[in-house]
Design a protein around this ligand. Sequence first.
Ligand code: G6P
Length: 608
Amino acid sequence: MCGIVGCIGNRSVTPIIVESLKRLEYRGYDSAGIATLNGAEIDITKTAGKISDLENILSLTNDACVGIGHTRWATHGIPSSTNAHPHTDCSGSFAVVHNGIIENFQALKDELTSKGHIFSSDTDTEVLAHLCEDCYNGDLEHAVREALLRVEGSYAIAVISDNEPEVIIAARKDSPLIVGLGDGENFLASDIPAIRKYTNKIIYIDDGEIVRLTRDNVTISTLQGVNVEKTVTIADGSIQDAERGGYEHFMLKEIHEQPKALRETMEDRLCELEGSIDFKELRLLEDEIKNIESITIIACGTSYHAGILGKYALEDLLRIPVKVEYSSEFRYNNFLSGKRSLAICISQSGETADTLAAMNEAKSQGYLTLAITNVVGSTITRKADEILLTKSGIEIGVAATKTFTAQILTLYMFGVYVARLKKLIDVETSRNIITSMKAVPGLIESLLDNISNIEKTSSRICEADCCYFIGRGLSYPIALEGALKMKEISYIKAEGFPAGELKHGPLALITADTPVIAIVPKGKTYYKTLGNIKEVKARNAFVIAIANASDDEIVKYVDSVIKIPDVDELFSPMLAAVALQLLAYYAAKYLGAEIDQPRNLAKSVTVE
Ligand code: G6P
């Protein structure tokens, strides 16, 4: 994973690099470093810890105008100042930052060691610096090119050298990289928000491309040396999107942004009167989509949970088989697609390596691929056959919130869209679904206006070592997501189960006072889930129900109730999800956890 940044201009780059790294910290935050060039020599500062720790030891008087920086999520070697990037060669003349994994690093390291190179870190990245040293013949770009031709794996890299102090060389293969064009200065970074403060003129770098960055010029060529003409894109999105805006944490801000995110995701797509969904972006594929006979949804983490909900909704609407696969497992699936199979790849970041690899695999198996993502210009948008964007705005908190509910909404919209194409539902049925859909943002607003009970209930969970989330049908993926949110930000052990599966094993885990969070909205599975609640109550669990506002009975069966507004059953998962996000948030806050940057995790996982 990790985030990289580079800047070359006429002013001191240290504060720019620090500021940019702070915006990339969601990609990894166990160590960080910066290398600057003041014309004569490379100056490196690096440390274990966060960007704030790096900032504390940086020399603010450094007026170098060329530099590269890195924020790390460790893959090879523990988080330490030695393993932090930038890495250098033996002479200290080449400094490299890298996001990705050099898979053949051990063979290269052995070869370079036998030639006399001395390594000082446990990282895979360090071989790149030594390779540059080995290949250097007076031209840095040539050295980087030669080095990259020898490596296997994934990379977005930036390299500086005191031999050529007026240039930064960067390159990309399977890890994201963009260039930002300024006035007398140029930038590169893992994503746009990192440098959005300094420019909105962006060039997306593609796999196999190498970039030569000077103050006044950017040239791009392939690894084989063929020049490439690139389009400059004007980035939208305001800088404020990446600020906390008065909230204590990004996660809380993003939970509160859900009504807006959902409204924007629906905007211009819902035709209530006609009972149809207008996905203009899919028009060219309409015939193919109409003939789809099976669907496989591929995703990781929270996006996977949205995928399970999508399966329930799509099977119900389309009456065709829908499978959900973890991206990292998809390739081990021996069941090849038939013709007319659609792979829906869900990734909020559009950069998750496992999902990108699975999408490639799906393509090679003949699937039509549709990506659902939140990031315009992300790798997935450039590799999928077609894309549907969620319009949640940038999400910074590592724990996904607003992108999750927007993914569910998009899957539901897609279901209605295909059902209408295939003439499986009539206008009135789809109109009713759309009417309920449109009501969801307002209902979430009313839920967000009454959160004191959720905050109070969270303190009860904090007293326990572990807790369990149960639900059936549409509430089952929400149980999984509730548990994921709880464990990732509060570190309380939490597991989600289908409520009906409890008696087949997990019930053994229930002891007196164990918190069990039961998602039990009115609908098809209500009474069955109530039965499962009684089973855990009989074992003295402390049961918290997520139930509808109009459910006056539930209080008789449980110890505590979190009410969510009444809504069509199909949409109750979205409201329950918001309640559980808040439950996890307040539990984590109560325990003093680092909510936006949980230990060992990163928002964008760009390694397989
Ligand atoms: C990481 C994040 C999760 C996220 C998952 C998939 O593990 O910590 O919050 O759900 O990646 O991310 P994606 O960007 O592909 O949806």
